[in-house]
Write a protein that binds this ligand. Structure first.
Ligand SMILES: Cc1cc2nc3c(=O)[nH]c(=O)nc-3n(C[C@H](O)[C@H](O)[C@H](O)COP(=O)(O)OP(=O)(O)OC[C@H]3O[C@@H](n4cnc5c(N)ncnc54)[C@H](O)[C@@H]3O)c2cc1C
Length: 483
């Protein structure tokens, strides 16, 4: 995209005098970047070493220490707790689980996949309940999830998706189409249908992750920050599993890799999970008279049903935060440092926002940021503990990690402690998949996939109602993606 095109795209966007691009996220700007904890002081010995202080690593440490207070648990973090996607996300704490239901059912049966979906629903309540118990104020409101269709093809897909989900663990109360007069106004412009699920809550992500880090420390877990892990070494004969850092080596009986979108930066993991970008913008607080027109009193998390979909929330201080894919993938799994977002992505998100809420067009945008999430080759999340090597992991949540990481943490607790439980029998446990293709195939593939999804969205929005169907381009993209 040329400089002039970019400038032209940005011109209509009202930007706040306080506009910031990057700086990790608006969520951290709101609460202030945390003071850094000390780095690892030198080589050390623990029972469990967790790599990465996002939700996955912290939930794992939390549940382990709760179950076995005598365990010596350490968390090693390259930057600070919450620096990754856990401090940048859209704040949808939802029961959505990424990945092909059929694929999990193939290995474990349909009943097991349904159990996994039901476990995701109770996970939403589990996070809310722990936040309450631990005194973590993360602006949580369980208002459910609202999905909107803005053209006939999206509406058709929404109906099909609901029917599909109702075969895979959602009962009619768990997700359903809303009648026109459902009495909970949320005026999305051009919405032709909407669906609702009660299994979702809005959270302020950075408040959740920083509160969780404090709760974990209070239980006696040590978190070392500013400690980059270079390599994770499996058990070899009598040599214990080890985590090699610039400050020394940590030996432990179990090592949990909880680096999700950053996993490709670890030695030997380059083609493991693809680091997919997601980007967000947030407005200034929106005036009461505009809210009177929009509604959104229920604080539902809100999404559309486009192939290149967006997700949004009404924040505790009455802004709208909205996110979407932006530039999906950078060549060679490259990553931005602190969330600086390309102008065309900001422009795309603003267009999506003002298409949904034209009355917000005059409200300035105050912050834009991005982050990375992990995408496995088959787009199916997994959690695993290999008893031989002593190395476990969880992730590949494909953008639905806020709740899933909690389920992962409880599952890793059971796996580390060698317990056979309902959680360890869920079908994502031990799920393995091959790595991504080498470059340039990886980059070309993701460009083609997202190019096709965007073209499909454009076609669908222009197709007359009577001919509306999901565009074939989307089917092609899904086949290329191997989802
Ligand atoms: C913009 C955006 C919006 C999203 N919106 C939603 C949403 O609304 N709902 C939802 O369910 N999911 C959402 N997701 C996905 C969700 O945020 C993630 O799946 C989840 O936070 C992953 O948590 P994690 O702990 O596994 O990884 P992360 O939070 O990424 O944590 C990994 C940690 O590992 C650290 N690390 C990396 N490499 C090393 C190393 N070598 N040594 C030591 N430490 C290291 C990182 O600094 C980081 O702190 C979104 C993601 C993004 C980026």
């Amino acid at each position: 995209m040329g400089l002039f095109t970019t400038a032209a795209q940005m011109r209509p966007i009202p930007r706040s005098t306080r506009f910031v691009n990057g700086a990790v996220s608006f969520w951290f700007r709101e609460i202030g970047l945390p003071e850094r904890r000390d780095p690892l002081p030198g080589s050390a010995d623990y029972d469990v070493c967790v790599v990465g202080a996002g939700y996955t690593g912290l939930w794992t440490a939390y549940y382990l220490k709760k179950a076995r207070p005598d365990l010596r648990v350490v968390v090693l973090e390259r930057e600070f707790a919450g620096f990754g996607a856990s401090g940048r996300n859209g704040g949808w704490l939802s029961a959505e689980f990424a990945g092909s239901r059929e694929r999990y059912a193939e290995s474990h049966g349909k009943g097991a996949m349904i159990a996994l979906q039901r476990a995701m629903m109770s996970t939403v309540d589990e996070v809310i309940s722990v936040a309450e118990t631990e005194g973590i104020d993360a602006d949580i409101v369980k208002g459910g999830m609202r999905l909107v269709a803005t053209n006939a093809a999206q509406r058709e897909r929404m109906v099909e998706d609901i029917e599909y989900l109702q075969e895979w663990g959602y009962w009619p109360d768990d997700i359903h189409l809303l009648p026109d007069d459902h009495g909970s106004p949320l005026a999305v412009h051009e919405a032709v249908a909407s669906a609702y699920s009660p299994h979702a809550a809005r959270v302020q992500p950075a408040k959740l992750v920083t509160g969780l880090a404090r709760a974990v420390e209070a239980l006696g877990v040590t978190i070392f920050e500013g400690t980059a892990v270079e390599e994770i070494r499996p058990r070899q004969g009598a040599a214990r599993p080890a985590v090699v850092t610039e400050h020394g080596t940590v030996y432990a009986d179990h090592i949990v890799r909880a680096t999700e979108g950053f996993t490709s930066t670890l030695r030997g993991q380059r083609r493991e999970w693809l680091p997919m970008n997601s980007s967000m913008i947030v407005t200034e607080p929106i005036p009461a008279e505009v809210w009177d027109k929009i509604g959104w009193e229920g604080r539902e998390v809100l999404g559309d049903t486009a192939h290149a979909y967006v997700y949004a929330q009404r924040t505790a201080d009455d802004r709208i935060a909205i996110g979407g894919r932006g530039v999906p993938y950078r060549f060679g799994s490259a990553q931005d440092k602190d969330g600086v977002t390309q102008p065309q992505t900001i422009a795309e998100l603003w267009r999506a926002l003002t298409r949904m809420f034209p009355d917000v067009a005059d409200v300035p945008v105050e912050h834009a940021w991005s982050g990375v999430l992990g995408v496995p080759r088959d787009w199916c999340p997994s959690v695993h503990m290999d008893t031989g090597s002593g190395i476990g992991w969880a992730g590949g949540y494909v953008g639905s990690g806020v709740a899933t990481s909690n389920l992962a943490g409880r599952t890793l607790r059971d796996l580390v402690l060698g317990r056979d439980t309902e959680l360890t029998r869920l079908p994502w446990v031990g799920h393995q998949v091959r790595g991504w293709e080498p470059e340039p195939l990886r980059w070309v593939g993701t460009q083609v996939i997202y190019g096709l999804y965007r073209s499909a969205d454009r076609r669908e929005s222009k197709t007359p109602e009577e001919k509306a169907h999901t565009s074939r381009l989307a089917g092609l993209a899904t086949r290329i993606a191997g989802r």
